[in-house]
Design a protein around this ligand. Structure first.
Ligand code: DCB
Length: 256
């Protein structure tokens, strides 16, 4: 699948026509909507409306759609816990029991003092019941510490809910065997891993493109039946964007 960039920055490319081409020509079957938590908190109504429009487009195209509460600069998922809880309460009652919709409750917890046991797991233990009350069987993806690379503490102390996947993110210019070993460690403990974001640049989302390293990552994931989503469907002037900066975003006849 593909991930949007922050929908507060690149909303224009998220049209029904573009999503349809991604499904029919690019053969994606899942689209991730990155809704940055700090942008949502600053401007909830308009950001949420853009998210809802895109979720509906993906459902109408019969794709999976991931609603990504994209924490990043806020490091700790508990920073905006109240807002996250209200958001997931509302959105999961709106899409109650819809099998297309997948919930990703915190993009990338990060920072040296943000641990699985003390910060991320307690957050997940509060948000998951909020979603499950409205939509008992929905798949929920939970972020892991250190920008979704620290899988061992998770595998040693997993959540006690069903239908949970844990996210692992890689950028092939920066991350390699060490992170793959973490995935193997988790799989050996029967932990479900979902690569809800990855790229072929370095971890900044810019710089050179590392195609060979990316291909070997995809072989690794395919061998283990792990789903992956590419960052990003945007026309930002950076090497992780799949559209060029001069992509004609306002032309509904454009072929991607
Ligand atoms: C993740 C974030 C995602 C970020 C990409 C590339 O961050 F989930 O939001 O996207 O990976 O860094 C970038 C955009 C830029 C934007 C920037 C800030 O491409 O256009 O300016 O977000 O919003 C990661 C992933 C891994 C690591 C670090 C970061 N890592 N990070 O392993 O160190 O620092 O954001």
């Amino acid at each position: 699948g593909l991930s949007s960039h922050g929908i507060q920055w690149f909303p224009e490319v998220l049209t029904y026509n573009n999503l349809k081409q991604l499904k029919e020509d690019w053969k994606i079957n899942v689209f991730r909507i990155a809704m940055y938590s700090d942008a949502y908190v600053a401007n909830p109504d308009s950001i949420k409306q853009k998210l809802i429009n895109t979720v509906n487009d993906c459902i109408n195209l019969d794709m999976y759609v991931i609603i990504d509460w994209h924490i990043l600069a806020d490091n700790n998922p508990n920073t905006y816990y109240e807002q996250a809880n209200t958001f997931f309460e509302e959105i999961s009652s709106m899409y109650s029991n819809n099998p297309n919709v997948i919930y990703e409750i915190c993009n990338e917890p990060n920072g040296n003092n943000i641990t699985w046991n003390n910060e991320v797991k307690p957050y997940a233990e509060k948000i998951i019941p909020t979603i499950r009350k409205n939509s008992p069987k929905s798949l929920i993806i939970v972020g892991t510490p250190d920008w979704c690379k620290q899988l061992k503490p998770v595998a040693d102390n997993p959540l006690e809910f069903k239908n949970i996947a844990y996210s692992c993110h890689f950028y092939s210019g920066t991350h390699g065997k060490e992170l793959q070993d973490n995935i193997d460690y988790a799989l050996n403990k029967n932990i479900c891993i979902f690569v809800s974001e990855c790229g072929l640049t370095d971890a900044s989302g810019n710089g050179n493109k590392y195609f060979n390293e990316f291909d070997s990552w995809i072989n690794f994931l395919n061998n283990k039946n792990i789903s992956w989503i590419f960052w990003s469907f945007a026309n930002k002037d950076e090497s992780s964007s799949i559209l060029s900066p001069n992509f004609p975003i306002n032309d509904s006849n454009t072929n991607i």
